[in-house]
Design a protein around this ligand. Structure first.
Ligand code: HEC
Length: 160
C-alpha cells in the first residue's frame, strides 16, 4: 500500500518539476512568428464568433449574443498590440506595410471595431434586437474597412 503511494508521489513530484522547468523555459515574449499565428487564429475565430452573434438575432431573446460579443470586444482592444513593428518584415502574412507606415489610420480602424463591438454588448445586454441589428452591421463594416486598407489579398483569391 505504501510503496505505490510513494511511487505516485515521486511521479507527481517529477511532473511538477518538469512543468516548472517547461514554464520557466517559456518566460520570454512570443516571437514575431508566434504573434502572427495567434492574431491570424483570432481573426479566423472572429468569423465564427460574429456568426454566433448574428444567429442570436433570430432567437426569442438576443441575450445569448452577450458572450460572443464580449469576446469580440476584448479581441478588438487587443488588435494594435498584436501588430507590433517586430512583425512588419515577416513573410507569409497578409498584413500590409501600411499598418506601420500609417499607424494612426490602422489604430483608428481598430478603435472603430472596438466601438462597434461594445455597442453589440450593450444592445445584447439590454435585449434590444433593433440596436443589436444595427451594431452587428456596424461591426461587419468595421472588419471590412480595416481589411480594405490593411489586409493584403489572399494569394489564391481576390481581396474581400
Ligand atoms: C483593425 C484592422 C482589422 C479589423 C478591425 C479586423 N481585421 Fe481581420 N485582418 C486584419 C489584418 C491586417 C489581417 C492580416 C493578418 C496577417 O496575415 O497576419 C486580417 C486577417 C483576417 C482573416 C484571415 C486570417 C488568415 O490568416 O487566414 C480573417 C478571416 C479576418 N481577418 C476576419 C476578420 C473579421 C471577421 C473581423 C471583424 C469581426 C476582422 N477580421 C476585423 C485586420 C483587421
Amino acid at each position: 500500500m505504501r510503496r505505490p503511494l510513494a511511487t505516485a508521489a515521486a511521479a507527481l513530484a517529477l511532473m511538477i518539476a518538469a512543468g516548472a522547468s517547461a514554464r520557466s523555459a517559456r518566460e520570454t515574449a512570443p516571437t514575431p512568428e508566434e504573434l502572427a499565428k495567434a492574431r491570424e487564429a483570432a481573426m479566423i475565430m472572429s468569423v465564427a464568433t460574429l456568426a454566433r452573434v448574428r444567429a442570436a438575432l433570430s432567437g426569442e431573446s438576443v441575450k445569448p449574443a452577450v458572450f460572443p460579443a464580449r469576446g469580440l470586444a476584448q479581441w478588438a482592444e487587443s488588435i494594435p498590440a498584436m501588430f507590433p513593428a517586430s512583425t512588419a518584415s515577416l513573410t507569409g502574412t497578409r498584413a500590409r506595410p501600411e499598418i506601420w507606415s500609417d499607424r494612426a489610420g490602422f489604430e483608428a480602424r481598430a478603435a472603430a471595431f472596438t466601438s462597434a463591438t461594445r455597442a453589440m454588448v450593450v444592445a445584447a445586454q439590454a435585449d434590444d434586437r433593433a440596436a443589436l441589428t444595427v451594431a452587428v452591421e456596424r461591426t461587419a463594416e468595421s472588419c471590412k474597412a480595416c481589411h480594405d486598407a490593411y489586409q493584403a489579398p489572399a494569394p489564391d483569391k481576390p481581396a474581400g
